[in-house]
Design a binder for this molecule. Sequence first.
Ligand SMILES: [Zn+2]
Length: 137
Amino acid sequence: MALDFKQGISKQITKLNMKTSTFLEENKIKTFIGTLENDIRDLKVKAGELGYQMWRSGNFDPNQLIPLYKEISTKEAQIQEQEQQMKEIVAKNQQVLGQTSSESLSSAPGNAVICPKCGASCPANVNFCKKCGNKLH
Ligand SMILES: [Zn+2]
C-alpha cells in the first residue's frame, strides 16, 4: 500500500516534469518562430523598398531581388520545420500522459465513461470495461 502510494507520487512528478519540459520546449520553438516571422517581415519590406527604388530610377532589375526572396523562402522553410517539431513534441507528450492517466482514474476525472452494462467508471480511452469486459465504444 505504502509502495503504491510512493509510486503514485513519483508518477505525478514525472507527469509534471514532462509537462514543464514540454512547455519550455514549446515556448523556445514559439519564440524562434516569432523571430523568423519578424525577419521575414523585414525582408519583405526591404525587398519592396528595393523594388520600388529600382522602378523609380527606371532601372528595375529583378535579379537584385532574388537573393532577398531566397532568404525569405529559407526562413519560411525553417518555420515549417519548427512547427513540425512542435507537433511531434505535443504528440509524444500526449501519448505519454495518456498512458499514465489511463492507469489511474482519479488523475483524469473528466475523461471517465460509465459502462452501460455494469455501471463501472472506466477511462474514456479504453475500448472495453475494466470490470465486466463490455465494449464501451
Ligand atoms: Zn462493465
